[in-house]
Design a protein around this ligand. Structure first.
Ligand code: AMP
Length: 285
């Protein structure tokens, strides 16, 4: 049984459940406050705070886990990274008050106080930049610290930047780029490593399929070469005979979602008929 630590609530929880569900590992918890959940098959989930997941995995309480890369790095624990899950994207940034006159970290003078929920990453960042700072650890609402006079600048997560703007703060530097990751113990048993790899492959096949579509079209046989240019597919399009006397052939291929509009218009221009565009659940090239 592979034990998977998943966020019980917060920003990442819903996307994690959706991803595991799409991979056929539906998170089935008994009630909202359940600490364990079945994932079906050989997997079991423990539902905990995103912040605690690096510790749980590093200590062996779970074999693998999903949490933010920022939290993994801040934990300072040695962990393996199996997969970038591509959601929960954000940046850990240094920010200063709009009226501070601080535009870059070169404008920092003396030993400014830095409020942050990420004391290790903040300390390391300023050390590397050759800047002396005094870290002021807080457990939340970091943006208010410069306005309360308990810090000169902050190190905090941002995605759209709107929370910083609302608090009249602006970015000064980027400390770390983050997204949700599948992590594992650095020293798994052979069995756990195999199951963890299979899990990573299942999740990655779902992620790979998300921005792709499967296109099917009946193309005049004489336009096959042009159809190949319109729909190159993964290894060239699949071409299937149609029992219509040979006038048309069915052409199938995987197409990037961003290219669907152009592909359909080009197929139409080739005289294609019966064009179908469908979602793909999983894609393993
Ligand atoms: P939680 O505290 O459980 O809501 O989870 C927070 C995690 O969500 C962070 O550690 C980040 O990895 C991720 N995240 C993504 N965007 C943001 C954001 N704008 N602010 C804070 N956390 C974010």
């Amino acid at each position: 049984m592979l034990r998977v630590a998943l966020p019980n609530k917060g920003r990442l929880a819903e996307d994690v459940r959706e991803l595991f569900g799409d991979a056929g590992l539906e998170v089935r918890a008994r009630g909202e406050r359940a600490l364990v959940a079945s994932l079906g098959g050989e997997f079991e989930a423990i539902l905990v705070r995103a912040k605690d997941i690096p510790e749980f995995v590093a200590d062996g309480a779970a074999d693998v886990g999903v949490t933010g890369w920022d939290l993994v790095c801040e934990s300072q624990r040695e962990l393996g990274m199996l997969l970038d899950l591509e959601f929960g994207g954000c940046r850990l940034v240094v920010a200063a008050r709009d009226d501070s006159g601080i535009a870059t970290i070169d404008d920092l003078v003396g030993s400014p106080r830095v409020a942050t929920v990420f004391p290790h990453l903040a300390q390391q960042f300023f050390e590397k930049a050759g800047k002396r700072v005094t870290i002021v650890p807080v457990s939340g609402a970091t943006e208010i610290a410069p306005h309360l006079g308990i810090a000169d600048i902050i190190v905090d997560l941002t995605s759209s930047g709107s929370t910083l703007r609302v608090h009249q703060l602006h970015e000064v530097a980027t400390v770390l780029e983050s997204s949700a990751r599948l992590i594992c113990s650095p020293t798994p048993s052979a069995q756990a490593a195999r199951s963890a790899d299979e899990l990573a492959e299942a999740l990655s096949s779902v992620l790979r399929a998300r921005d792709k579509r499967y296109v099917m079209a009946n193309v005049p046989r004489g336009s096959l070469e042009s159809a190949r240019r319109v729909m190159p597919g993964v290894n060239g399009p699949t071409v299937i005979d149609i029992l219509d006397g040979g006038t048309y052939v069915a052409v199938h291929a995987v197409v990037a979602q961003s290219a669907i509009y152009r592909t359909v218009a080009d197929l139409k221009a080739l005289g294609a008929q019966g064009i179908l565009v469908t979602r793909i659940e999983r894609l393993m090239p």
